[in-house]
Every structure is written in structure tokens, then in C-alpha cells.
Design a protein around this ligand. Structure first.
Ligand code: PGA
Length: 250
């Protein structure tokens, strides 16, 4: 059930024409795939509908969505809208959403539930700050983020949930978690899921690592038994680097 996934989070990068070019290049590069990892890209909202027309092997994610279904919420994008644009996955709770836009665990839980109710798959992100790790609180932070963020979900809901561990101190910094640090936290998350749900859910849930993952370090990160792939920021903006990360599994 658990599958290997490499997802590219483009963040607020690329104009529409550049995004389409990148999406076409990523789709073309999927022909060079030597691993069985699923490739997902998360372009900005404005690109989604057009990007969906130029990909097929590669699947489409959004970077965020509203907590609300529809109505008077100026500037918001609903899960139904995303679905109608060809989106299958939604990144929820990225640390940039948590820190710059004050999205808290309760709000993220509403988003996760709404996304699931629409038949989309959340890629639920968690991760501690450097000071939290230095204070030895990283496991507590992750436990709180996951137990509140995934509150109220059933074991059957969890079949459609992907969890991404992204230590905030590793995102966009060039400093990656060591393979040991990644494995230690992924194992912790898997054990946590066993307690919150059951052993089957723990075993079946895909756990991605994110934070300065690139072609030069993907292989050692992915070699860990509890690391099922990556959520890639900067290195997903170059199709060549992205496919090299995907093929780090082979
Ligand atoms: P990064 O970003 O690969 O540029 O560190 C990862 C992420 O934010 O998902």
C-alpha cells in the first residue's frame, strides 16, 4: 500500500509560460524513470489547469487550499475548484503556511478533513524549528502537529493521507537532516500513527522527507527504511535535478 513518492513543491516560482515549460520537461523526463516512485508536481494555483493538460504520468498537487467549501471568501481556492482543474493532491500545513500565514493545527485539521471529503489526498506537512530541536522538543512538536492535524480521521481516511516531515531548519537552507535524523523522526511518526490509528495504518502510510533534498543527498536519505520519498522545493525547479532525485531510488 505504501508507495514511493517524489513530489516537487514549486512554491511561488515561475510565470505561467515557464511553469508550462517546466511541467512539460518533467513529464518528458518521466520516460527516463528507473524507479517505481510516483512523480507529483505542485505548481502555483494559476498554473494548475493548464499544467494538467500537459502531464499524464506526472500527477498534480496544489500547494494549499481553503478551509471552506465555497462562498464569500475572497481570494480563497476551494478543494472542489482544485479538483475541477485536475488536481489530485493538496499540500497542507507547509511550514511557510504555518509561520507566515499563521495556520495552526486546528485550521490545518479542517483543511485535511475537507480535502479528504472531496476525494483528494492531503500531503500533510509537519516539522520542528531549530530552537525546538535544540531544546529537545522536536518529538513533542511533531506529536502535537500530527495528533491535532489528523484528528478525527478514520483508518480508512488514512489510506489517502501522505505525511511529509520537513524540519524547518532544513527548508531552503542547504542544511539537510542527516539520514539518521530523518530515519529517527520517520520511525517516531510511524510509531505515533500506530498509536493514533493502528499498526496497518502505520505500515501503509507514505512518509516523505523534505528540506534541502537534492540529487547529491537523495540516495542516502531514501535508503532509510521509513523514508518513502521526498518533498522537494528548490531542486524541483529543474527537471534534470528532479528526475535524478526520483531515480535515487533505483
Ligand atoms: P527545499 O524545500 O527543498 O527548497 O528545502 C522543501 C520544501 O519546502 O518542501
Amino acid at each position: 500500500m505504501r508507495r514511493k513518492i517524489v513530489a516537487g513543491n514549486w512554491k511561488m516560482n515561475t510565470q505561467l509560460h515557464e511553469g508550462l515549460e517546466l511541467a512539460r520537461a518533467v513529464e518528458a523526463s518521466s520516460g527516463e524513470k528507473t524507479s517505481d516512485a510516483l512523480m507529483i508536481i505542485a505548481p502555483p494555483f494559476t498554473h494548475l489547469a493548464k499544467v494538467s493538460e500537459v502531464i499524464s504520468e506526472v500527477k498534480l498537487a496544489a500547494q494549499n487550499c481553503s478551509t471552506e467549501e465555497s462562498g464569500a471568501y475572497t481570494g480563497e481556492i476551494s478543494p472542489d475548484m482544485l479538483k475541477s482543474a485536475g488536481v489530485e493532491y493538496v499540500i497542507i500545513g507547509h511550514s511557510e503556511r504555518r509561520s507566515y500565514y499563521h495556520e495552526d493545527n486546528e485550521m490545518l485539521n479542517r483543511k485535511v478533513q475537507l480535502v479528504l471529503s472531496k476525494g483528494l489526498s492531503p500531503i500533510f506537512c509537519c516539522g520542528e524549528l531549530l530552537e525546538e530541536r535544540e531544546a529537545g522538543k522536536h518529538f513533542d512538536v511533531i506529536r502535537e502537529q500530527i495528533s491535532v492535524g489528523l484528528k478525527g480521521l478514520s483508518s480508512s481516511d488514512m489510506k489517502n493521507v501522505i505525511v511529509a516531515y520537513e524540519p524547518v531548519w532544513a527548508i531552503g537552507t542547504g542544511v539537510t537532516a542527516s539520514p539518521e535524523q530523518a530515519q529517527e523522526m520517520h520511525k517516531y511518526i510511524r510509531d505515533l500513527l500506530a498509536g493514533l490509528f493502528d499498526a496497518q495504518v502505520a505500515d501503509d502510510t507514505t512518509l516523505l522527507y523534505g528540506g534541502s533534498c537534492k540529487p547529491s543527498n537523495a540516495e542516502e536519505l531514501f535508503a532509510n527504511p521509513d523514508v518513502d520519498g521526498g518533498l522537494i522545493g528548490g531542486a524541483s525547479l529543474k527537471a534534470d535535478d528532479f528526475i535524478r532525485i526520483v531515480n535515487a531510488y533505483a
